[in-house]
Design a protein around this ligand. Structure first.
Ligand code: IFM
Length: 442
């Protein structure tokens, strides 16, 4: 095949964007459960907090100019529930007004907003009422009230809604692995939280469609390629299967069948058919072993120094995004898919460039196979507060100096802008990055 032929062009009207979430960039979110979690010693790398984060709340105009420089036609962001309802039933109209200004700024720039309604954070008062382990109607009604208010406010401007970001991560990392709030290690709580999140998704989906039938509503699902650490160990193979079900399979199955997690008969009213599209967040593969105290690891315990391994220890696996897309297609043959996140947390910006190219090639292949991928959002627009990892891991296309809040476009940002402008990876880019570099360790 000649270089000329090896162009990876995407369909016309392909959605190109980048993604963020409110708590990770805005700063000043003191009314949610993450802020409470950050105050507890030892929970966040280096004792970092989200107090200022990227000060995006005050700098959004400057940040949205960066989107223009990146040539993107879409932007995925979240609205912070705890800003809008710092107290139950009492919306903060200034906060709503502020989000209006943000959305209007995007629209003036011809950038389509994709808004997430729940990206990990919930109001602290809601968390104190039992958070995701409480599925009583009166508790879930608070979320529905938030959703209803938001949709009524923004239905003219926002047509793409993500209900919940990564319900499996919220459930598993918060309730089974225990490094996100509420910090539990309980299988029972994990099941309960998964089911509550699925119920919240269902309630949100139908409420949005009732108010604005034309809007497109999806959920954002993180899929990791889960492998046994020791292929020869039957125990590792068994628990890898279990972990795959817990992390990947359970939510997909519930969304498809309408049956709640761990229930073979209990259907939740209207969960089935509650998607207009599905969002895929894909990053890495995960190794599972009885040897690991935490069971699941997104890293090798003895990384080969010749392999690419990020600051977080994550070892990229581009082919995994294709496998994840095929899995979604198999589960939901007719649903459009958006890649709502894909990215790498590293200070080595050349890796980021290779990561983007290698993953986009796989996305391109998926489209060739007939998988209906409508868009790709790089995570993240800029370096930000990476939850339990604090500021130690930089995912941005734009560098943020946390002392001065100065933003600087990285080389990867420039590359992404070129890819977006060309609607794909051209010969010129391929010449610069001629070969794939990642070979996974399993
Ligand atoms: O930063 C997170 C994001 O909030 C959810 N998906 C994974 C990203 C990288 O860890």
């Amino acid at each position: 095949m000649t270089l000329e032929e090896r162009k990876f062009l995407f369909p016309p009207n392909f959605t190109w964007g980048c993604a963020t979430s409110a708590h990770q960039i805005e700063g000043g979110n003191f009314n949610n459960q993450w802020w409470w979690w950050e105050q507890q010693p030892g929970k966040i790398h280096g004792g970092d907090t989200s107090e200022v984060a990227c000060d995006h709340w005050n700098r959004f105009e400057e940040d949205f100019d960066l989107l223009t420089q990146l040539n993107v036609n879409a932007y995925r962001m979240s609205f912070e529930w705890s800003r809008i309802f710092p107290k139950p039933h009492e919306p903060d109209h200034d906060a709503i007004e502020h989000y209006h200004k943000m959305i209007d700024t995007l629209i003036k720039k011809n950038i389509t907003p994709f808004v997430t309604l729940l990206h990990f954070t919930v109001p602290k008062w809601w968390h104190d009422e039992g958070g995701f382990k409480n599925d009583k109607k009166v508790h879930l009604d608070h979320f529905t009230q938030f959703v209803e208010l938001i949709i009524k406010e923004f239905k003219e401007e926002v047509k793409y809604w993500n209900t919940i970001n990564e319900p499996n991560v919220v459930a598993v990392i918060g309730h089974f692995v225990g490094i996100f709030p509420p910090g539990e290690k309980s299988f029972r709580s994990t099941i309960k939280a998964t089911n509550t999140l699925l119920k919240m998704h269902t309630l949100a989906y139908h409420r949005i469609k009732k108010i604005d039938h034309a809007s497109q509503v999806g959920i954002v699902k993180n899929i990791s390629i889960i492998k046994p650490y020791r292929q020869e160990s039957m125990m590792d193979r068994i628990i890898a299967k279990f972990a795959d079900y817990l992390y990947n399979g359970a939510t997909l199955r519930s969304l498809k069948t309408g049956k709640l997690f761990s229930s073979f008969i209990r259907k939740w009213d209207r969960l089935k058919n509650s998607l207009d599209f599905i969002g895929l967040n894909y990053y890495v593969f995960t190794l599972i072993s009885r040897k690991f105290p935490e069971l699941m690891r997104v890293m090798t315990d003895n990384p080969d120094p010749n392999k690419l391994c990020t600051g977080l220890g994550w070892e990229p696996y581009p082919e995994g995004i294709l496998l994840a897309l095929r899995r979604i297609k198999k589960t939901f043959p007719n649903l459009p898919i958006y890649i709502t996140e894909n990215g790498i947390g590293t200070d080595d910006d050349e890796w980021r460039q290779r990561y983007i190219i290698d993953h986009l090639k796989m996305v391109h292949q998926a489209i060739q196979e007939g998988i209906d991928v409508r868009g790709y959002f790089y995570w993240s627009l800029m370096d930000n507060f990476e939850w339990a990892e604090g500021y130690s891991s930089r995912f941005g296309l734009v560098h943020v100096d946390y002392n001065t809040q100065k933003r600087t476009m990285k080389e990867s940002g420039k590359l992404y802008a070129e890819i977006v402008k060309d609607n794909g990876i051209t010969e010129k880019i391929l010449k610069k990055f001629p070969k794939d570099v990642y070979k996974p360790s399993f």
